[in-house]
Design a protein around this ligand. Sequence first.
Ligand code: PLP
Length: 371
Amino acid sequence: MNPRDLSDHVAYQAGRGIEEVARELGRDPSTFVKLASNENPHGPSPAATEAITETAASVNAYPKAAHADLTAAIADQWDVTDAQIWLANGGDGAIDYLHRATLEPGDSILVPEPGFAYYGMSARFHHGEVATYPLSKADEFTQDAEMVLDHYDGERIVWLTSPHNPSGSTIPRSELEYLAEETGEETLLVVDEAYGEFADTASAVTLIEGRDGYDARDDVAVLRTFSKAYGLAGLRLGYAIVPDEWADAYTRVNTPFAASELACRAGLAAIEDDEHVAFTVETAKEARERMRTEIEAPVWPSDGNFVLVEVGDASAVSQALEERGVIVRDCSSFGLPGCIRVTCGTIDQTELAIETINGVLANRDAEVGNR
Ligand SMILES: Cc1ncc(COP(=O)(O)O)c(C=O)c1O
């Protein structure tokens, strides 16, 4: 007796954690800074921490009211109906729900390459297939409708990531509208805005709702998460915003109680703490600007809470950085073996990252020069 044929499936490669690296190097975990998973370096909102503590004693009960309260608060934030919010176990859970709701066995999705690995993994879990459109390093990872359409072949979902992971590039709403117009009637465009808070561009929710001069659409959905700007990655809370026409499908694809009571209470508290989000976004913008100007290697402009840096041999440079206490993301698994991705840290962490990266690159260049 064996599992089904999983040979097409790959394991998700997360950013390396402090404990893992410290254990490998036989060092004290407190001597490391982790800038590998685009987490909020300031932690969660204190109000969220308080909500978690207050809820701790009642986790014997299944989630009830908080789920509805949070859905209503999110719907209010976006000015959509409660039924348009598909609350899930992280953005990853929302990706699963959208695939459950759309894919028949053998249907395909179209995803960016390089890009976020879970789109393809999830589609395969749901017996779907995966096609890609390339984003090019030489072209600064620019995203536009034509380059997606060049590779489009009637897929059921086209995934856009804006800001894009790992480059930080965005796609304008006019391009999204054109893409939605040009793709078939049975194609859903999903705009993954996991890093949306860090960008100055307006959300694609305006396309769903027909605001800012756009016509309302039933073929665009948006993905958001509490893992990044809200600092709740460990709790697993995210959601999709879908057109009104899709609302009914949620109850049919939702895993019961997938968003926990702790997550919902913390999410509710976090959504009300505008100050914490504003502070997080402001410091991330400062950090990415500093990294772009002070790292002595090419750094792509980014609208996310991270930057992509060209370092030559990403694996060697990431390892050298780890030995010096800074954990970054080696982008080889994204198909970018020359690049590392560095999360925006606190002021001190960012300073340390810049100094350490410059030190490692200078050392390497000196070694090459001495040969
Ligand atoms: C582009 C993108 N989308 C979605 C996610 C999923 O986030 P989560 O499941 O933590 O909400 C991530 C996580 O890193 C991401 O980078």
